[in-house]
Design a protein around this ligand. Structure first.
Ligand SMILES: [Zn+2]
Length: 482
């Protein structure tokens, strides 16, 4: 049975309520990376608990313990484990989303208050931190529950929610919880499939389903020399300068054309086949899409397949910043005593974070020795996550495809994402069931930036999409049984 029209009618009739609900969620500045905002992350968890409880879910806030952030020990936001229904004759769908957001301040260049969902009439979209990442989808699921409960419609599946408040800050504590809760008799055990709505369409017009993600290894490379700031007029030309060594090393990591220079990095990347190239060629994507999303004509190639492969199936290395370097306006003739270069590598299947970290460490150490500097070097890895790839022919994807067809009247693109959602792999490994990434937002949503938005139609149709998906899962599973 497909999603009943009384449910979709309810969704159409309650668009204003759904927008108001998203407005409330965006209004809570649940920035996980800033200790001062931690009470708001907690407030967000309570807000969700309240919404879900009102709609009949059984909700537990799981204490994940404490963390040390900026030298202070603070409480981690809880994982929200919630369930709706426990009918043994129905499949159970596990839904993951995150309720924390990236930092945002008006001074970063926002045109509007980042924590006030603001309608943009010209573009028919809503601006606000978390609008697309990931409060839009999270609230979309709540809307789905709302539409079923308030039309007296029984859900076709049981739902388990696993919602976290630390996704933007390394998902501290969640992996352990997933492993524990996947044991026999525990909360996550026995789910039929997993759905994550936390990525984006490839472009601005074609919905997609995602079956692969790149992993990530983050590095901090520190060069230290003098004990304190030195005056370049006094010490320039007389001492080894950490900044000079750091720039020399960072310039040896990657070329301007994006080729990684660390020897051995490409060793375990499978060669591309002609058949695989056809997959990328078939995707609805153009160089314009990437230039528009970047706000400048800066694609590495004019060939669509090359660009898509660069994002989906090739590793990449990006330089992010230098801590300790002078970065204010004007001139300051200082020699910084210690500087830390930050960079990361996005990994693809067959590469492992361990392998990549060892290769980078050996290479950077050897290159530093060649500099013959009296400064000292230290390389550390911070966050990391393995790449993920799953079978796009699984019934979980078929259900998502049919839901997309029903709501958008379009067959979705099947994509691999350049970003990393390590939790997809955690669920795959712990539960051994299919994980589908079913995004709500568009490729130009600007998650993490000062331009973050969600289109009104993506939010409202996205809510329909998530609801329809549940009904299609029920159909697929009953087919399976027959
Ligand atoms: Zn996200």
């Amino acid at each position: 049975m497909s999603i009943p029209s009384k449910v979709t009618d309810y969704m159409s009739q309650h668009e204003t309520d759904f927008v108001r609900r998203l407005q409330e969620a965006v209004g809570i500045p649940s920035v996980s990376g800033d200790p001062a905002s931690r009470p708001h992350v907690m407030e967000m968890a309570e807000w969700i608990k309240n919404e879900l409880t009102t709609l009949g879910a059984t909700v537990t806030l799981k204490d994940l313990g404490k963390q040390t952030l900026e030298g202070k020990e603070i409480q981690l936001p809880p994982a929200i484990l919630a369930s709706v229904g426990s009918d043994a004759s129905k499949p159970t769908v596990l839904i993951y989303a995150h309720y924390d957001v990236q930092p945002a301040a008006k001074e970063d260049g926002w045109d509007t208050d980042p924590f006030k969902l603001t309608y943009d009439k010209d573009r028919d979209c809503y601006h606000g931190r978390g609008s697309t990442d990931d409060k839009g989808p999270l609230v979309g699921w709540i809307n789905v529950l709302d539409a079923h409960v308030n039309t007296g419609t029984k859900l076709p599946v049981n739902i388990k929610f696993c919602l976290e408040g630390m996704e933007e800050s390394g998902s501290v504590g969640l992996d352990k919880l997933i492993v524990e809760e996947s044991q026999p008799g525990k909360f996550l055990n026995g789910v039929a499939c997993v759905c994550i709505s936390d990525n984006y369409w490839l472009n601005t017009s074609t919905p997609c389903l995602t079956y692969g993600l790149r992993g990530i290894s983050c590095f901090e490379l520190t060069i230290s020399g003098p004990k304190w700031d030195l005056h370049s007029g006094v010490f320039g030309g007389t001492v080894y300068e950490p900044m000079t060594d750091l720039i020399a090393l960072m310039s040896k990591l990657v070329t301007s054309q994006g080729k990684i220079l660390v020897p051995g990095v490409y060793k375990s990347v499978p060669p591309v086949t002609e058949d695989e190239k056809k997959l990328y060629d078939a995707l609805h994507y153009s160089i314009d899409d990437i230039d528009t999303a970047a706000g400048a004509n800066i694609a590495l190639s004019d060939d669509k397949v090359t660009v898509l492969m660069g994002r989906m199936r090739e590793p990449s290395l990006s330089l992010h910043g230098i801590e300790g370097a002078f970065s204010g306006p004007g001139t300051k003739t200082v020699i910084p005593p210690s500087v830390t270069g930050k960079f990361s590598i996005r990994l693809v299947p067959n590469q492992t974070t361990k392998e990549i970290e060892e290769l980078v460490e050996a290479y950077v150490t050897a290159e530093f020795e060649k500099l013959n500097s009296k400064s000292t070097m230290k390389i550390e890895h911070s966050e990391s996550g393995e790449p993920w790839y799953t079978d796009p022919n699984h019934w979980n994807f078929k259900a998502a495809e049919r839901a997309t067809l029903a709501v958008y009247d379009k067959k979705p693109d099947y994509t691999r994402e350049g970003g990393s959602i390590p939790i997809a792999l955690s669920f795959s490994d712990a539960l051994h069931v299919s994980v589908v990434l079913l995004p709500m937002g568009r490729g130009d949503d600007g998650a993490h930036s000062e331009k973050e938005k969600i289109d009104r139609s993506n939010y409202l149709k996205g809510t329909q999409l998530l609801g329809t998906y549940l009904w299609e899962v029920a159909k697929e599973v009953s087919k399976d049984v027959k």
